[in-house]
Ligand binder design. Structure first.
Ligand SMILES: [Zn+2]
Length: 385
C-alpha cells in the first residue's frame, strides 16, 4: 500500500471511528443511567430522570412528561407559600423564574425509599431553616417562589390538570389565615378550574365547627388537618364534632399521617415539633367512629405505610395519597389494597412534581389500568368531577 493511500484510509477509519465511539459511549451512558434506574432505582439529580422513557428534557433542562394517552392528572397534595405567624404574605400571583424546593432535588437519590430519606442531615437542617424563615420577619426566599404561576408551570409540564391545594392551620395567635389568603389568590388568578382548594383547621380548637361551616359555605372542597403543626392528636375526642360535621357536609378530611423519621430535639425539656401527634396509631379510632366521613391518609402513613394499609383495609372510608412512597411500596399498596383508593400526590413544593410522577410510572409499568386510576380517575371520582 502506498504511504498516501495508507494515511488517507487511516484518516477515514479515524473519522468513522470517532463518531462511532462517541455514539457508543453516549448510548452506553444513557443505557447505564436508564438500567440503573430500572434495576437499582437510583438517580443522580432530576435531569437523570430524563433518561426514563416517560420524560423529555426541555430547552431549559426541565422534565416534560411524554407518556402517550396519560394526561389530565390530579395532584392530590400541594401547598402554596406556607408562610404564617410573622413570616409575611408573599405575592401568590408572582411568577418566579425558578421554583426553590424545601429539599434539594439534585442529589443522589433512590426511588425506592420514603422520599425524605434521600436528603442528608445538612439538607434537612436547611429545610428546618426555611420553615423557621417562613414564620419569622423577612420570610423566606424559598417559600416566596411557591406561587400559583410556578405551580401551574410545573403542572403543565407533567400533564397535571388539577391540584388539590392544602393550607395548614397552625393554631397560633396571629398570621394563621393561610386558607383565606389561598382563597383570595385562587379566585383572583383566573385559573380557579385548575385547583381543588381545601380549608385548614385545627379540629380541637373552639373555632373548628365555625370554620368548617364557613369553608363549606365558601365552596371549599375538603378540610386539611396537620396534627404535628397543630399539636393535636387525631384521636382526641375534642375533634369528634369536627369529623362529624365534615361527614354531614361530605367534606373529605385530609390528614398528614405517619412518622417520617424526623429526628426530634427537646428545647428546655419541650419538643417544639414532634411526630408523636401524627403517629399512625392515632388514626383508626376516629376513622372507625365516623364511617360516613371520608378520610385521606396523606403520604399513605409515610414510614408507617404497613399500618396505614391495614387501616385502609379495615375501613372503606379511607383513601390514601401516595406521596413519598417508594416504587415497591406503591406496588405493595396496589396489590394489598387494590388501586381504587390510591391517589397521586407530590407535596409540592417540598419536592418537584417529577419525582412522584416517576415513582408512580415505574411502579405501574406493567399495570396501565392502575396507573391511570391513581394518576387521574380515582381522584375524579373522589372529588366528584
Ligand atoms: Zn404536605
Amino acid at each position: 500500500m502506498k504511504r498516501r493511500t495508507f494515511i488517507s484510509s487511516a484518516a477515514k477509519a479515524a473519522m468513522l471511528a470517532v463518531p462511532t465511539l462517541m455514539f457508543r459511549n453516549l448510548a452506553w451512558a444513557a443505557k447505564s443511567a436508564y438500567s440503573r434506574m430500572m434495576q437499582m432505582r437510583t438517580y443522580n439529580g432530576i435531569s437523570d430522570l430524563g433518561e426514563l422513557p416517560y420524560f423529555e428534557l426541555t430547552g431549559s433542562g426541565r422534565l416534560r412528561m411524554i407518556v402517550e394517552g396519560l394526561e389530565g392528572g390530579i395532584d392530590g397534595h400541594t401547598h402554596l407559600c406556607l408562610n404564617a405567624l410573622a413570616g409575611g404574605t408573599p405575592d401568590l400571583m408572582k411568577r418566579h423564574p425558578k421554583t426553590q424546593y424545601y429539599l434539594p432535588p439534585n442529589i443522589n437519590s433512590s426511588l425506592d425509599v420514603y422520599i425524605n430519606q434521600n436528603a442528608g442531615a445538612e439538607d434537612k437542617k436547611k429545610m428546618t431553616g426555611v420553615i423557621i424563615d417562613s414564620l419569622t420577619p423577612g420570610g423566606s426566599d424559598v417559600t416566596d417562589t411557591h406561587t400559583i404561576p410556578n405551580l401551574i408551570e410545573e403542572m403543565d409540564r407533567l400533564k397535571i390538570e388539577k391540584a388539590v391545594v392544602l393550607p395548614v392551620r397552625m393554631g397560633i395567635p396571629f398570621g394563621d389565615d393561610m386558607t383565606e389568603r389561598y382563597m383570595q389568590a385562587v379566585r383572583s388568578s383566573g385559573q380557579e378550574e385548575r385547583f381543588i382548594l381545601c380549608g385548614g383547621i385545627e379540629p380541637t380548637l373552639d373555632d373548628a365547627l365555625e370554620k368548617i361551616e364557613t369553608y363549606n359555605r365558601a365552596g371549599l372542597r375538603g378540610i386539611k388537618l396537620h396534627p404535628n403543626f397543630g399539636r393535636f392528636f387525631p384521636n382526641d375526642k375534642k375533634a369528634w364534632p369536627a369529623y362529624e360535621l365534615c361527614g354531614k357536609f361530605d367534606l373529605p378530611v385530609l390528614i398528614h399521617s405517619g412518622r417520617t423519621g424526623f429526628k426530634e430535639r427537646k428545647t428546655l425539656g419541650f419538643k417544639l415539633y414532634t411526630e408523636d401527634f401524627a403517629d399512625i396509631g392515632n388514626f383508626e379510632e376516629p376513622i372507625a367512629a365516623f364511617p360516613d366521613t371520608r378520610f385521606v391518609l396523606c403520604h399513605s402513613g409515610a414510614m408507617q405505610n404497613e399500618q396505614a394499609i391495614k387501616i385502609a383495609k379495615n375501613n372503606k372510608n379511607v383513601w390514601m395519597d401516595i406521596h413519598g412512597q417508594g416504587v415497591t411500596n406503591i406496588q405493595t399498596m396496589i396489590r394489598e389494597l387494590g388501586p381504587e383508593r390510591l391517589m397521586y400526590g407530590s407535596d409540592w413544593a417540598f419536592y418537584p412534581e417529577a419525582i412522584m410522577v416517576a415513582r408512580l410510572l415505574l411502579a405501574t409499568e406493567h399495570d396501565k389500568s392502575a396507573r391511570r386510576m391513581i394518576f387521574r380517575d380515582n381522584a375524579r371520582r373522589f372529588w366528584k368531577l
